[in-house]
Write a protein that binds this ligand. Structure first.
Ligand code: SF4
Length: 302
């Protein structure tokens, strides 16, 4: 699939393809459980707060810029116009989350670190333009919330960064990653997420997406992947098995830690028995069905 996909009608920002509300599994929470059941518990059940890092918030800024870029007429989607969106997006985030700037840049008396950080967000936006030409495409949807129910009754819920469509019902799922270059584990987690979206679209639209495309902005690389239906059906069984394992652990409270090198990125090490910590008492499976189901914006920046 090339960058010159013809548009099949642009959807408004923030559209939703969904069924009804009930307990659901998101790609990030499923990935958490696969990585470490206790991490899943801390995030989805205890819902312990996590302090966002500068890299995560920068990812959110860059995602918002790339999403808004497509509000511009095609001919105006140029690097300068995109970079000019960085500061207004950041200002907006600060208005919506008072205290965010202080939390991220405490001690940055002359704002030099803030300016360097904003410049680094601009560099990631520049990097995007080395991977594709946004003047030559018209996304079908951006920030698309997809919800679908599997035959088992499990509800999947996730947000796509971008969906491109072309003649013949062809679909391309695009995901922007703003973290470091993909290492083996990060890449596996990203592909898991993309298969999740592909399976949701297969259920919603009856068609396997032609291509899944991960755009790694930090190192200017794309990873593309072409799923087939048999593989997605196997993946569906994997998700059902993960969900059953979550429900079993939810009943007993037995969410075991799985110590790995990824623990270095875990915000809850101090509470983790694998690191001599003590978790809070298990609060029980949440009565609110929405509690286990959502990916935060930060989850999706990668
Ligand atoms: S520190 Fe490691 S083992 Fe403990 S909860 Fe976090 S990811 Fe799991």
């Amino acid at each position: 699939m090339t960058e010159s996909l013809p548009a099949v009608g642009a959807a408004p920002v923030g559209p939703v393809e969904r069924v009804h509300r009930r307990k659901a599994l998101s790609p990030s929470r499923a990935g958490d459980f696969k990585q470490c059941p206790l991490l899943y518990r801390f995030r989805a059940i205890d819902r312990l707060p996590e302090q966002p890092t500068r890299a995560q918030v920068r990812g959110t800024v860059v995602h918002a810029v790339l999403e808004r870029l497509f509000d511009l007429p095609a001919a105006e989607r140029e690097p300068g116009r995109a970079r000019a969106l960085v500061a207004p997006v950041w200002d907006e985030m600060c208005r919506e989350s008072p205290g965010l700037a202080d939390a991220l840049f405490a001690g940055d008396a002359d704002d030099s670190e803030l300016h360097g950080w904003l410049a680094s967000a601009g560099s990631l936006v520049d990097s995007y333009f080395r991977l594709e030409d946004p003047r030559r495409l018209e996304p079908h949807a951006r920030e698309l919330l997809v919800e679908t129910e599997l035959e088992s009754g499990l509800l999947l819920r996730g947000y796509l960064d971008r969906l491109d469509t072309a003649s013949g019902g062809r679909m391309r799922v695009v995901d922007y990653k703003t973290g470091a270059a993909p290492r083996q584990v990060a890449e596996a987690r990203a592909l898991f997420q993309m298969k999740f979206y592909a399976l949701a679209l297969l259920h919603l639209r009856g068609t396997v997406p032609t291509q899944l495309r991960l755009m790694y902005l930090a190192d200017g690389e794309c990873l593309t992947y072409e799923p087939d239906e048999a593989e997605l059906r196997r993946f569906e069984r994997t998700l059902d098995a993960i969900w059953q394992a979550i429900l079993t652990a939810g009943r007993t409270g037995d969410f075991r830690p799985n110590r790995s090198r990824l623990c270095d990125w875990c915000s809850h090490k101090a509470l983790c028995p694998a690191w001599d910590g003590t978790p809070p008492p298990y609060p029980g499976w949440p009565a609110d069905p929405e509690a286990t189901a959502h990916d935060s914006v930060l989850d999706r920046t990668g």
